[in-house]
Design a protein around this ligand. Structure first.
Ligand SMILES: *[C@@H]1O[C@H](CO)[C@@H](O)[C@H](O)[C@H]1NC(C)=O
Ligand SMILES: *[C@@H]1O[C@H](CO)[C@@H](O)[C@H](O)[C@H]1NC(C)=O
Ligand SMILES: *[C@@H]1O[C@H](CO)[C@@H](O)[C@H](O)[C@H]1NC(C)=O
Ligand SMILES: *[C@@H]1O[C@H](CO)[C@@H](O)[C@H](O)[C@H]1NC(C)=O
Ligand SMILES: *[C@@H]1O[C@H](CO)[C@@H](O)[C@H](O)[C@H]1NC(C)=O
Length: 223
């Protein structure tokens, strides 16, 4: 078989109509590519800024103290009675970047189930500054259903008087450099805590100790 060596690779020059078509097509193609490139570039820049600010040695979140005055699950009617107090600190070590915390939602979870949410007033944090959020109190009762494993873990926690409570911060923030403000970012901060019950419980155990140690919170990438 003879090879078809003279087949033109692009359909130019054959007839003017086809030529024009391919021209327009190429043009649209280039256009779309350019737009895509621009979008990717912008995303890359924002990601870079975001990473720069939240890389491990930048903005730091700590839970400096956490106590439970109550954490009672009534299994007969699946009701959780809770009273959680938190102290958080946020350190912004940047020399030039200020941060607007436009939305600041604190969620408390037990066994991956949310049992309470509270919103903190929006605030601005200047550069090289530490914000102390003291006495954030999540208190009340909620319908709370655990499966058998969950209940046995709850009973373990109950005996030790330390509870595996997770605190997640759902933030919406903007950065400010000079007069320039960035668009919004929505990071999620995760604090895996072990929180002591401060009152009540069976205190005869010698293992009992209520000293909560300050705990660093991490950036949660599961957006
Ligand atoms: C944490 O808070 C509890 C109750 O307010 C207090 O008794 C305890 O001393 C505090 N712990 C630290 C390390 O500040
Ligand atoms: C939070 O800090 C304030 C002031 O330092 C303190 O009075 C309060 O007991 C702390 N709360 C907890 C839960 O540690
Ligand atoms: C659930 O049951 C407990 C007793 O086990 C009771 O004290 C509580 O009032 C009940 N809560 C509701 C909402 O019915
Ligand atoms: C941190 O912010 C507070 C309140 O906005 C302000 O009073 C304080 O001077 C700031 N500290 C520094 C070091 O900028
Ligand atoms: C408290 O704990 C001790 C030792 O763990 C146990 O002997 C005692 O029965 C418990 N008391 C109550 C009221 O649960």
């Amino acid at each position: 078989m003879a090879k078809q060596s003279h087949t033109p690779s692009s359909s130019c020059c054959c007839n003017p109509f086809s030529c024009c078509c391919s021209c327009i097509f190429n043009c649209i193609c280039t256009c779309i590519l350019q737009i895509l490139c621009t979008i990717l570039f912008i995303i890359a820049i924002f990601t870079l800024i975001f990473w720069f600010i939240f890389r491990p040695n930048m903005v730091k979140f700590h839970t400096t103290n956490a106590t439970l005055a109550q954490f009672n699950l009534a299994t007969n009617n699946n009701t959780l009675y809770y009273n959680l107090a938190l102290n958080l600190t946020i350190r912004n070590p940047n020399k030039i970047i200020g941060i607007y915390y436009d939305d600041f939602e604190v969620r408390a979870l037990y066994k991956n189930q949310r049992f309470s949410t509270i919103n903190i007033q929006p605030f601005y944090q200047g550069h090289k500054n530490t914000t102390f959020l003291e006495n954030i109190v999540l208190k009340g009762q909620n319908v709370f259903v655990l499966d058998e494993d969950g209940i046995s873990e709850y009973n373990k926690d109950k005996n030790s008087l330390w509870y595996d409570v997770d605190v997640k911060l759902y933030l919406r923030l903007r950065f400010k450099v000079g007069f320039v403000k960035s668009s919004k970012f929505k990071p999620r901060i995760n604090c895996d805590l072990k929180v002591p019950l401060s009152v009540g419980g069976n205190r005869t155990s010698s293992l009992y100790d209520t000293n909560f140690e300050s705990k660093k919170c991490g950036l949660d990438w599961n957006f």
